[in-house]
Design a protein around this ligand. Sequence first.
Ligand SMILES: C[S@@+](CC[C@H](N)C(=O)[O-])C[C@H]1O[C@@H](n2cnc3c(N)ncnc32)[C@H](O)[C@@H]1O
Length: 424
Amino acid sequence: MTDPSEALKAQADDAQELREFESLLKSARLTRLQLPPRIRGASPEVKREQYKREIDEMLGRITYPEPFTEGVPQAIPKPFESSPKHKFCELEMYFAQMLDDETLRLVKSITPERGKKGAFPVMGGIKCLGDLWRTKCFAQSIQEVVADFCKRTAHTNEPMSVVDAGSGAFPFMAMYAALQDPRVRVTCIEHNPRAAAIAKAIVDKMGLGSQIEVVAGDILQFKRPKDTFDLVISETMNSAFATEYLQDHMTHLRDFTKPAAKFMPERVEIYAGVSGFWDTAPSSGPPKQQIRLDTSNYYFLNIEQKLTASSQGQDNTGSWKKVATWTPEAPLDTIKGQLTVGPEEDKFGFKIHVASRVYLPGVDQTTGESRPVEIAPERSLITSRQDILNDAYNGLFYTEGKEVVEFSYKPGELEDAWVSHKRQ
Ligand SMILES: C[S@@+](CC[C@H](N)C(=O)[O-])C[C@H]1O[C@@H](n2cnc3c(N)ncnc32)[C@H](O)[C@@H]1O
């Protein structure tokens, strides 16, 4: 790094990352939540059972969330309500309070190289746990897939080989998989070396070191022999593939999977929709919410009401329209959509939104049939609404009447989206 301003920024980022992590550890110490004393000194089997039970209890407290459009869903859990200052969720605190000053010293001794594609700061990865509905759905999927594998291979007793690509500092997915069955072996890959060091410390504290290996490095450089993995877990995505690179990671990891391997997620659908501000009230159509801007009345096409609409949705009534589907076998080169906007005569401004629906593999435990665990639009950061900004003013495109809107972007690069809108 030769540019002195870049070097200063990197130093500031390093210091900020450490401050945030230290603050999490302090909060964890201040909270009343303590590991129940019986866990100390207990046998490894008893500890496993207890961790699993405690984590399942925390997951059981997570309820289906209201749709949201911005920020992390409210995830402040019961034990910490008395301490509003500590904005961490129960799961974050649970793992944080296993760490000690030794981990902090270790983390401080590592200076990560900045600018690694996709790498999150330590707290950025940890905070994903607070996207609670997402976390709960992944846990359900892991539990069902591992149980199914173990049932099907009971006669051979073979290990189940899992990779958790982009595990973060608190490798919840890996640990939850390992706690399901001692036959599970997980390789975690994490690009941020501080996060990888914390992950290893937690894995060791929980006595899962013989089941979980943590590799500090880039998923895209990672190699294992062909036919290694039974399950690939990666939550390196945000909604509509706006800025992260799940698709590249899954495509790369496919080279090391067994033919019957499962992928988590196994399918992502991308939806698009428009919302707009009209000059006049439309005489018909779905309910509109009137809002006042300056001196004029505008009518807002209330897209939020329709977020659960199916792929059949009509774009200019505020419903989502399905524009692309990703699966590990069918990567997307570009994500593109065509929508129509507006009443014939009115001038108005409109916004273009994308969102997704994520499917994780699941198995019905009574019938043994596959059926997905689904995360609906707006229930998680990985399915929430993103606006296409392009060079529009505040994300608002101006039009003179009914138009056809087209857009396209490369997965991970929504900010470079191409947009065109023309009268029909
Ligand atoms: C969205 S977070 C998810 C963390 C955790 N798995 C969870 O779901 O709670 C994504 C994590 O993937 C890591 N990551 C992103 N791209 C990566 C890459 N190319 N190689 C390794 N890790 C990567 C980031 O540093 C971050 O910790």
